[in-house]
Design a protein around this ligand. Structure first.
Ligand code: BGC
Length: 695
């Protein structure tokens, strides 16, 4: 007779086939109630605890030793207690540094595990379709290729310690109407624009996917079998868990039939109601078994990690992590404009520095919804400037509320730094009961801040503007009146130091925009925050502007440095064969300026002669390179030919066309910045055939 199986037996089993077998036997030995118990969060009273202060638990089974899911949130750090607060995702997107992002994931994963979590909801990778989206700060930017690379790096880092949860699946990029909006799009747009970055994170080890609140083509995402079963589980072979977004994402127990495995954070439908459906034959017991198998599989994988940092509280906000937060902040700040050598500020030339604006004195860390992180300290821009100014410099401050005072200190000073921007009062998650704002209504700064910039700039020509916020801000009404502008995003607990280091030239700025900054909001696609239904077209962001021939204020990928880079050569060739084939692009760059710096080499592809609609050009690779003055160096970028394929709705296949692909390299997506190009022809190929060839 077979011995009863326990969770421990599954964890200890080395062989994958045997392990799968044990998992099935373990699940077979469970009652229907026990299996359904695995599929939901705690009782409703759990929700009365302060949000996010404790772990959200789900499932578990004492009899068999199955631990519960222990979820914590936080794209910019761990939500629990006082953890390290990194710059928000969009700021980290502006680093274009996947190696750095993997280290951030590793640090966050360690801090999550140290505080008892086994799952992290940090991997927010929705496409920033329009900069007014309230949660823009929680994603990496507007470009699906770039988001995919950054999200995959975060996933790899987190996975060393916890189960990464990728969210929100899918097409969740309007906040106010998120609980009801029906987002409609063609299958091609879905596959090419709104899903590929999810697939990339899953291929890089994401164990969990969170279903979104919104509807997709008529069906709520957590009830959408095309999304959860056909694409995610069957086509992509995802063997992990699908959890719901928290509260209001489920409309009934039938979500289990569509492929949803866990209802979070409390048990409303996946309890007695789900059991009744099974007993009435409406939900197949095989769906329950499948969910239970997935949950046990992933929990066993996690238990096997046996992480030495689990429950090691010493790693939380350790020096290494706060140092990492500073390193990320340094690389994420984008120098948008710098005329007449306004920056860096030279300490020797400045006796008096005026710092103006309420936000200079605020630790502006971002939204206060589900992404909130409360670090034990945070450096404001004013503190950073004071610490780094040196003893001989006098720093004068005005919060800008008395314009006369602001003007007076600006007049007296040798240079002025104005800190303006958005806060959680202007953008963030939409939570009606908590009075939280959601999407923005316009893309400009609040009118008072624009007036303040113009007033100060009238008094002092050396007026540097530092902008904070979660995505693009329009600047047309004031930018011509100032010589220099920095985009600092929500720069995390060490942000004030990083901003000051860049202003004084101790650090050379190297951030690049992960979202196009329009001149006018009319250059963007339509956005209505209260809409009940919306069509998402194939193009948005820079691709949409390129098609319309409109020139933005700052291109996607734009960012200046205190040095200059010259692009010298580009070489494009195919290496390997069959499924192993890769396009290898080598770009040579020289630092022709006077200081060391880092350039983000960007690679865009165009499709002249394509038989289907394509963007004018789109990002397909990027890499950072650090060069000393006069130094030359090469970056090597590998492009998987699959990245060039389009989705053919007729056949449901991905097709590489037989055309000459044009590869352009440069410092942004703007045509004038793409100074090098080269072409490469590929043969027509259907990816399904290619896969069967390589199998
Ligand atoms: C958000 C998710 C988050 C969850 C738990 C929801 O309101 O949409 O992103 O993971 O809350 O905090």
């Amino acid at each position: 007779m077979n011995q009863p199986i326990t969770f421990r037996d599954v964890v200890c089993c080395e062989n994958i086939e045997d392990k799968e077998n044990l998992i099935s036997r373990l699940v077979d030995s469970m009652t229907l109630d026990e299996k359904i118990h695995l599929m939901a969060g705690g009782e409703f009273r759990e929700m009365l605890k302060p949000y996010g202060a404790v772990l959200f638990e789900a499932g578990g089974n004492r009899r068999l030793g199955i631990p519960p899911i222990a979820f914590t949130d936080g794209p910019r750090g761990v939500m629990l207690n006082h953890s390290t607060c990194f710059p928000v995702n969009i700021a980290r997107g502006a680093t274009w540094d996947t190696e750095l992002e993997e280290r951030v994931g590793d640090a966050m994963g360690k801090e999550a595990a140290a505080q008892g979590a086994n799952m992290s909801g940090a991997v927010c990778i929705n496409v920033l379709r329009h900069p007014a989206w309230g949660r823009a700060q929680e994603t990496f930017g507007e470009d699906q290729f770039h988001i995919g690379e950054m999200g995959a790096a975060l996933t790899r880092g987190l996975r060393k310690h916890v189960m990464p949860c990728v969210k929100h699946f899918a097409a969740n990029s309007i906040e106010n109407s998120r609980f009801f909006v029906d987002v409609k799009m063609t299958e091609r747009t879905l596959r090419e624009v709104y899903l590929p970055h999810f697939k990339k994170c899953i291929d890089n080890g994401a164990d969990v996917v969170m279903g979104a609140y919104n509807r997709l083509n008529g069906e709520y995402c957590c009830h959408n079998s095309h999304l959860l079963t056909d694409i995610l589980k069957d086509e992509w072979g995802f063997d992990g868990i699908v959890v719901s977004d928290f509260n209001l994402a489920l409309r009934g127990a039938d979500a289990a039939d569509a492929g949803l495995d866990i209802e979070m954070p409390t048990r409303l439908f996946f309890g007695r109601l789900l059991r009744a459906r099974v007993e009435q034959g409406k939900t197949a017991e095989s769906a329950i078994n499948d969910a239970a198998i997935r949950i046990v599989r992933k929990l066993a994988g996690f238990a096997r990690k046996n992480d030495p940092d689990a429950f090691n509280e010493k790693v939380v906000v350790c020096r290494e992590h706060t140092g990492l937060a500073r390193e990320v902040a340094r690389k994420s700040v984008v120098l948008l404009k710098n005329e007449h050598g306004a920056l860096p500020l030279k300490r020797d030339n400045i006796r008096k520095l005026a710092v103006i604006g309420r936000l200079a004195k605020v630790a502006n860390l971002g939204d206060t919804g589900s992404s909130i992180v409360s670090p034990p300290y945070a450096v404001t821009p004013l503190e950073g400037l004071k610490r780094l100014a040196g003893e001989d410099m006098e720093i004068m401050f005005s919060d800008g509320r008395r314009p006369g005072h602001a003007r007076r200190i600006a007049r007296e000073a040798d240079a002025v730094v104005v800190v303006v921007g958005l806060t959680h009062e202007h953008e963030g998650e939409y939570i009606p009961v908590m009075n939280m704002v959601g999407d923005r209504s316009c893309l400009s700064l609040p009118a008072g801040q624009e007036r303040l910039i113009r007033a100060v700039a009238e008094e002092n020509r050396k007026c540097i503007v530092v902008v904070e916020g979660g995505s693009a801000v329009t600047m047309a009404r004031w930018i011509d009146s100032v010589p220099a502008v920095l985009m600092a995003w929500y720069p995390g607990m060490e942000g004030g130091t990083a901003v000051a280091e860049i202003l004084f030239g101790d650090v050379n700025p190297s951030g690049r925009l992960p979202v196009v900054f329009p001149r006018l909001s009319s250059q963007c696609v339509l956005f209505e925050k209260w809409t009940a239904a919306i069509d998402y077209d194939y193009l948005h962001g820079y691709r949409y502007m390129d098609k319309n021939g409109t020139v933005p204020m700052f291109s996607f990928g734009h960012g200046l440095s205190y040095t200059d880079f010259e692009y010298l050569s580009i070489d494009v060739k195919v290496i390997g064969s069959g499924g192993e084939r890769v396009i290898k692009v080598v770009v040579e760059v020289e630092n022709t300026g006077g200081v060391s710096g880092e350039e983000v080499v960007q690679l865009y592809v165009s499709y002249p002669g394509s038989g289907v609609e394509r963007p004018v050009r789109e990002l397909k690779g990027f890499k950072r390179i650090e060069l000393d003055p006069g130094e030359r160096g090469c970056v090597e970028i590998a492009v998987d030919p699959q990245e060039l394929a389009y989705f053919d709705e007729g056949s449901g296949d991905w097709i590489i066309e037989n055309i000459e692909y044009e590869f352009s390299a440069g410092s942004s997506s703007a045509e004038e910045d793409l100074v090098l190009s080269n072409t490469l022809s590929l043969k027509r190929e259907k990816l399904s055939e290619r896969m069967s060839k390589t199998e």
